[in-house]
Design a protein around this ligand. Sequence first.
Ligand code: ARG
Length: 475
Amino acid sequence: MTERKDDRLWGGRFEREPNVRFDAFQRSFAFDRRLLPYEIAVDRAWAKALEPMGVLTATEVKQTLAALDKIAERAKNDPAWVDSFGANAEDVHHFVEKALVEELGPLGWKLHTSRSRNELIATDFRLFVIDAAAEIQRGVEALLNAFLTQAKASLDVPMPGMTHMQHAQPILLSHFLLAHAEAFTRDVTRLQHAAASADACPMGSGALAGNSFGVDRYAIARELGFSRITANSLDAVSDRDFALDYLFALTGIATHLSRLAEDFVLFASQDFSYAILPDEYSTGSSLMPQKKNPDSWELIRGKSGRITGALLGLLTTLKGLPTSYQRDLQEDKEALFAAHDQVADMLAVATGALASTKFNADRLRAAASNPVLLATEAADYLVRKDIPFRQAHDIVGKVLREAEKHGVSFIALPLEKLKQISTAFEADFSKSLSLDAALSAKKVPGGTAPESVRAAIADLEARLNRKTIKTGAKP
Ligand code: ARG
């Protein structure tokens, strides 16, 4: 057997060593070492596949599997070994081959028969995305449970619902909380879509053209837990749509968290005073002793930028790439790993902060009790007296103007005054208008009436338990 000069995965056709700066530039072990457990799982499946292909004997398969297990074990228990042994590994594939050769001698060089790092990295990365999406889904479900707990505890707390940041109509605080929750249920659907998109095994695609040893692609896919194989070898080594799908799902979560954060930052401000920030999720000012700042929410809002950035970065990398594997694709990992880690943290902090937030029920109720929020109900009253809505709207506008002139609430105007504006007003008018009546009236499914909100809570709870989180009941 000819001895190899160095332990690179390539180099036979090169006369000179790579430029030192370039060599550092092209290496990826510093970040793709994170894929080591997946790489080893793929290696195990590949070792088994090499026996029917006539490349490894049964004994060699056994030896290779034992060595791979040993490497996996050591890497798990001894990260310092990964640091030192991996110091001159080009990438995660090179690391395992080096370790395998150290364990097995030249037998270790057989594992890479008829396969390419191009298919390996695509396979490892898909397996990572599938697990990552499941982890983030658990994070979103924890957040949804925090929403449910708060929503159940807030069923008797009304608040002013707003549009254009102007007080509009009363709603229940629970309804507001469930509005945010609903957005996160859509994120679960997107995460599941990303995982499904990653769920196809590229092994057997080779560098780009396929495999000439007749590898059983289905057996490898099954062994790795994939439910499908990729359909086209050229596409398989160049496709990163599963990574885009995952980043899009993460961007959705980050965007929803950022909007939630904005609401809570406002609610905690003195002007609103709707929510009391938990000490555990707030920080103080180095100068102003009275300050308690909503930094947890501000950082969540702030960090959403880098998640969107990761998505845009990968879209930009992919745009204009020729079909097939290109080294540019190595740039798919760092930002995705970082986005995943950040979203995991953002979700954990948001869940903790939400769960420990106390709402100022008195203040919310007082703000919701402004009779002006019942103006639409007043128009509806006239509609029930057979006035066309556009006219009713106009009449109530006049009533509000009249009340403003006298500096009183419009429901306090005497009946004679009201009748001067419209004869449709009767003695039951002022009694028919109340915060509770306005809330109870909205009893359509999806509305803010207490009974609808209770049903929405039960529905979300059931969806969470069934793990089929899809929005909306069928008509
Ligand atoms: N580090 C590479 C990546 O992340 C692995 C595949 C390398 N393939 C190659 N032909 N150099 O994409």
